[in-house]
Design a protein around this ligand. Structure first.
Ligand SMILES: [Cu+2]
Length: 141
């Protein structure tokens, strides 16, 4: 009986307590015309896939999940309106030339070195807020 209880407790922890979404190395690029992009790594430590459904910010009028795609010599941005899959026990890198959170009409009072508040909304995980610092170039590791 005792064994069963311990097992049940462990199962509960793995499903709820420890399994989660982790955001790492977040930063944001500010470009002159009030546009910008947010980059980070999303880790899914859960045993089930999750989806980043949408993102929002009180500091930008438009916030969209984009993926830069190359077609021959052209690049274009695909709008992930249905969200982006974050596979179980895996991570997805949001980085220049790939996935990014596209910002437009950023609050004019924000400048380089300031933080911008971004809310990330997931299908199976509670919302996560991040505050990446606005930079021009990627931070040096
Ligand atoms: Cu974009």
């Amino acid at each position: 009986m005792k064994k069963f209880l311990i097992l049940a407790a462990l199962t509960f922890c793995f499903n709820n307590g420890y399994a989660k979404i982790i955001i790492d190395n977040e930063w944001a690029r500010l470009t002159p015309n009030g546009m910008g992009a947010v980059y980070f790594e999303i880790k899914n430590t859960n045993t089930e896939d999750d989806f980043l459904i949408k993102a929002s910010s009180p500091n930008a009028k438009s916030v969209m999940i984009h993926e830069t795609q190359r077609m021959g010599n052209m690049t274009h941005m695909k709008h992930h309106s249905n969200g982006t899959k974050i596979p179980a026990n895996n991570s997805v890198l949001f980085q220049p030339g790939s996935f990014h959170i596209m910002l437009s009409s950023i609050d004019k009072n924000l400048k380089l070195g300031d933080k911008i508040l971004i809310n990330l909304i997931f299908q199976n995980h509670e919302n996560i807020s991040i505050e990446p610092i606005l930079k021009i170039k990627p931070p040096i590791k």
